[in-house]
Design a protein around this ligand. Sequence first.
Ligand code: FAD
Ligand code: NAD
Length: 397
Amino acid sequence: SSIPKIVILGAGYGGVLTSLRLQKELNYNEADVTLVNKHDYHYITTHLHMPAAGTDNPENARVNISKLIDEFKIDFVKSTVVQIRPQDRKVILEDGTLSYDYLIIGLGGEPETFGIPGMVEHAFNIRSINSVRLIREHIEYQFARFKREPHRTDYLTFVIGGAGFTGIEFIGELADRIPELCKQFDVDQSLVKIINIEAAPTALPGFDPELVEYAMQVLQKKGVTFRIGTAVKECTADGVIVGEGEEIKSQTVIWTGGVRGNRLIEEAGIETMRGRVKVDEFLRAPGHENVYVLGDNSLVFNPDGGRPYPPTAQIAMQQGVNCAHNLVASIRNQPLKPFVFSNKGAVASLGKGEAIGVAFGKKYKGRTAAWLKKAIDLRYLFIIGGIPLVLRKGKFL
Ligand code: FAD
Ligand code: NAD
């Protein structure tokens, strides 16, 4: 047919925002839009530190895609993408093939392990509903095991590799959960250790030093031990090797050392840096006019500093809006609009009632920052699902 086919890969922040905008802006029969995602739900990645630690129910971090999109306007296909073939304008799924005229790649990132031995085999990652359910159950199991083998204090040592935002947000939640678990399993809390290991000379490298100091104080008060300027060198079945060969025994290593792009993109022959595509000003892959790349799969450089923007939900959402606009413009033979990132700041939670952040150029900490974090979370639910979603999935306290 002459109706252009748009295929969107991944229902994450970028893919969902593109879909929502397309279904609003496209006229009837102007394009065929298909959204492909591994699961029939979207996960609210920015909440995953909570279900991972067990301070919130995993159900609150996912939304059925059928509740988000209008299936009369967008076809949803629940499947896993196994190959992208730009030369044939096709996408190979585990159970079929799709042809496209325009492709949007928003498959999200993968953990970056920098080739550290044993990391893939032995460490946990915070990245999906399935991965956080596993962490939550595993942590509880360590408490139960310890009651059978009380000499194994390594069951109660929790190692978090990397003090970026993900690591910091997770330890804030875990520190809140520990007293509850100790009570439930009759474990002496002084035996439990949360150790956060960071290779850089500071936690949250690059973030405001005064707020980093505040965050570390809050977390240390909750019982977290920081090993700053210490690199994780290896992960084994018994724990981690750090620095100059020191072993820390632990049955629970959670790797939050960074993210890279999706390997399907490099396998497609598209040029990447650590799996990310340095997109053109319209968010397209270089040399592929009909392929847009969003979110953690893309690399957008700050026009003044020349450094890439960190991969966040914030930028992925703005890219989704821009991408939908440009798809509609392409179809209508109108000029494309360059993508310009409007950085609103960053707020990181430190557990219940505590957070740090920079927003609209101002610093926030403590309860005010925690409220700000909540407001950002509720705003997202409102953007994708309106008031009903805010009421169903929002946490207000
Ligand atoms: P994702 O949201 O990762 O979505 C990718 C989608 O693709 C998923 O639905 C996945 O199931 C699907 N998929 C993957 N592979 C396949 C395949 N082969 N076939 C089919 N489907 C596939 N950013 C912020 O701005 N603010 C925050 O407060 C914040 N908090 C965070 C907290 C945590 C704990 C973490 C881990 C990250 C946080 N981030 C935050 C970063 C943010 O979550 C990511 O940058 C964002 O999710 C990227 O969006 P995306 O659209 O690129 O991909
Ligand atoms: P990151 O890359 O930001 O942080 C990884 C950390 O691990 C770095 O501090 C790095 O120095 C450290 N590290 C790397 N190798 C190490 C080693 N061998 N040993 C010890 N430490 C090591 O990754 P992230 O925290 O997962 O964040 C990913 C993206 O998601 C970022 O862009 C972040 O801004 C965003 N995010 C935002 C929020 C928020 O806004 N609240 C929350 C989570 C994530």
